[in-house]
Design a protein around this ligand. Structure first.
Ligand code: THU
Length: 126
């Protein structure tokens, strides 16, 4: 299942719309009931409107009625591992207490967790 998820992220990466940064990212999230939803980064001439691959994948799953996740894979065609940005981690934290995240790149893959990458998510509670 892990390899399938990485492959799905790699496939999604091919559809990246990133003419401004030339940096493509693919993401694939696995739901509690083993369905895979993918996303890629989508840029815009108004640069601040850019949306990351991870959030597209999560929003894609949410839009299909899924709110429980067990694994996220992020793929970049790079020589070094690339980690999800803080905004994406915060969005993921809305739906996951913790989540295993696989970071995959041209030469390898590693496993980490949401709690490792985002130690103190914003909760909006005083
Ligand atoms: N990007 C992602 O897709 N995910 C991240 O976690 C960080 C950055 C995208 C946004 C933009 O299209 C490109 O990478 C360069 O920042």
């Amino acid at each position: 299942m892990e390899d399938e998820l990485i492959q799905a992220a790699q496939e999604a990466c091919k559809f990246s719309y990133s003419p401004y940064s030339n940096f493509s990212v693919g993401a694939a999230i696995l739901t509690e009931d083993d369905q895979i939803f993918t996303g890629t980064n989508v840029e815009n001439a108004s640069l601040g409107l850019t949306m990351c691959a991870e959030r597209v994948a999560v929003f894609n799953a949410l839009s299909h009625g899924h709110r429980k996740f067990k694994l996220l894979a992020v793929y970049t065609p790079t020589d070094i591992p690339v980690y999800p940005c803080g905004a994406c981690l915060q969005v993921i934290s809305e739906f996951c207490d913790n989540l295993t995240i696989i970071i995959a790149w041209k030469r390898g893959k590693l496993r980490t967790t949401l709690n490792t990458l985002l130690t103190h998510p914003f909760r909006g509670e005083a």
